[in-house]
Design a protein around this ligand. Structure first.
Ligand code: RB5
Length: 142
């Protein structure tokens, strides 16, 4: 199950990502927001981090205008590894090396075509499982 949320700056891009998830038949929980009316991104970051922490969802997607604020907020939560990605190379690497559990995107930064490819890469790339990477991940929260 994928948790997804956005602020007003990410709303339009979220609609494109939801279309992709629907087409792929991927299950998700949409935690809002539901329009371009201004909201506070930390509130939406927290909804997704909570869904991951309580085990309801395995991965999350967070979108704000730049992807920066919402990823900073998400990364305050222990055990959350939110990666702001603007290309597929980083989306692949952050799954392989960091076992990132949240992908952050900037709705005012990446276009919908690239964003969908980044999401696809993120969701379909496994963690490498290499001991050196696991050790580094352990050090983050240690
Ligand atoms: C909202 O205008 C904007 O600040 C927000 O979406 C995000 O870019 C913050 O980092």
């Amino acid at each position: 199950m994928i948790a997804i949320a956005c602020d007003h700056g990410g709303y339009e891009l979220k609609l494109e990502i939801l279309k992709y998830l629907d087409e792929k038949g991927l299950e998700y929980k949409d935690f809002g927001c539901d329009s371009t009316e201004a909201v506070d991104y930390p509130v939406y970051a927290r909804k997704v981090t909570s869904a991951i922490k309580d085990g309801t969802c395995e991965k999350g997607i967070l979108i704000c205008g730049t992807g920066i604020g919402i990823s900073i907020a998400a990364n305050r939560v222990p055990g959350i590894r939110a990666a702001l990605c603007t290309d597929c190379f980083c989306a692949e690497a952050t799954r392989q090396h960091n076992d990132a559990n949240i992908l952050a995107l900037g709705g005012r930064v990446v276009g919908p075509g690239l964003a969908v490819k980044i999401v696809d890469t993120f969701l379909n790339t496994p963690f490498s499982g290499a001991a050196r990477h696991q050790n580094r991940i352990n050090l983050i929260d240690g």
